[in-house]
Design a protein around this ligand. Structure first.
Ligand code: SAM
Ligand code: SF4
Length: 317
């Protein structure tokens, strides 16, 4: 049995969300950049360094790794990054969140390197709206990327849609149908007011998920709650699957959070919403042993606190 990291609030930690770059070829109006506050002078971690961190994490009981960014696929060596992690024993789920724009070229290479599945961000199927939201006119590349990912066996494929008031909130059912036609799961994500989100965006575009949830409850033939962040998943009679992500701003969401984050410049980040980080890459580059790196992971887990806390003490998990 592998050792399990558990924080002071009784929350096990078995996931690591690794930001592999802060660079992106899109400029989404709402982007939180995974809580990074880039200075523009960051040095990226190499595939070997990321592989070493994944090995240490795996020995501590981390079994799920998600690559994110910025946009992971803008790194020319992204397949090497994937290969360095997939070589690590004990990683049972290796996935990537991507805007999909480069997947048409990369899907097979990434699958060969050991990537298991992808989440592709897709907020709209309307080209003008897509351009407004992402600052890019590459909707057709994203749609080709989705096909390529399916062909390459990167499944289950999930589509991430951030719900935006007045922009795409009337398009949800169109995206539900599109996802179903691709045998993909649609994840509808509530807009988060996280550090890094441009001023005024939340006030202007935030739409609560509760109306959609009420509609899904009426239509669903089955509802399950995923352990990860207490997400409800709805199975519709036509075979569509819709998962709701959020609201982040509540204690139930934080209670079920099982992941640490690693920033693109090699710092462990304890929570999307909090600024605290612990440097991992500095000690690694200075020659730290695996045991010393594990001690930094353990310290990070010991410092971990839910952003929205329960009224008192431990969670009942
Ligand atoms: N570039 C990749 C992408 O777009 O999928 C990976 C990085 S992106 C920061 C990861 C996910 O966070 C995307 O699904 C994106 O839609 C979501 N996201 C970004 N900013 C957000 C916000 N303010 N609220 C909710 N979700 C957000
Ligand atoms: Fe942010 Fe991803 Fe959009 Fe890039 S594609 S701006 S990282 S949400």
């Amino acid at each position: 049995m592998r050792p399990m990291l558990v924080d002071r609030f009784g929350r096990p930690v078995d996931g690591l969300r690794i930001s592999v770059t802060n660079a992106c070829n899109f400029a989404c109006i709402y982007c939180h950049m995974e809580g990074a506050q880039p200075t523009g002078r960051e040095e990226q971690m190499s595939p070997e360094e990321i592989g070493r961190i994944a090995k240490v994490a795996s020995e501590l009981g981390i079994t799920k790794i998600k690559l994110t960014g910025g946009e992971p696929t803008v790194r020319p060596d992204i397949a090497d990054v994937v290969a360095s992690i997939s070589a690590v024993e004990g990683i049972k789920d290796l996935s990537m969140t991507t805007n999909g724009s480069r997947l048409a070229d990369l899907a097979y290479e990434l699958a060969d390197a050991g990537l298991m599945r992808v989440n592709v961000s897709l907020d709209t199927l309307d080209p003008d709206r897509f351009k407004f939201i992402t600052g890019s006119d590459r909707l057709s590349d994203v749609l080709d990327g989705i096909e390529a990912a399916l062909d390459a066996g990167l499944r289950p494929l999930k589509l991430n849609m951030v719900l935006l008031k007045g922009l795409n909130d009337r398009e949800v059912w169109r995206l539900v149908d599109f996802a179903r036609s691709k045998k993909a799961v649609l994840q509808v994500i509530e807009l988060v007011r996280a550090p890094g989100v441009p001023e005024g965006v939340f006030e202007r575009y935030h739409a609560p998920l509760k109306d959609l949830e009420a509609q899904l409850v009426l239509r669903a033939i089955r509802v399950v709650r995923r352990e990860l962040q207490d997400r409800p998943k709805f199975f519709l009679p036509n075979g569509a699957e819709v998962e709701l992500v959020g609201p982040v701003h509540n204690t139930a969401f934080c209670a079920k959070c099982r992941r640490l984050r690693l920033t693109a410049n090699g710092k462990l980040k304890l929570c999307l919403m909090r600024p605290e980080t612990l440097d991992l890459i500095g000690p690694l580059r200075a020659g730290a042993s695996d045991e010393e790196l594990k001690a930094i992971f353990r310290k990070a887990v010991a410092m971990r606190e839910p952003f929205y806390k329960p009224a008192k003490g431990l969670y009942r998990l």
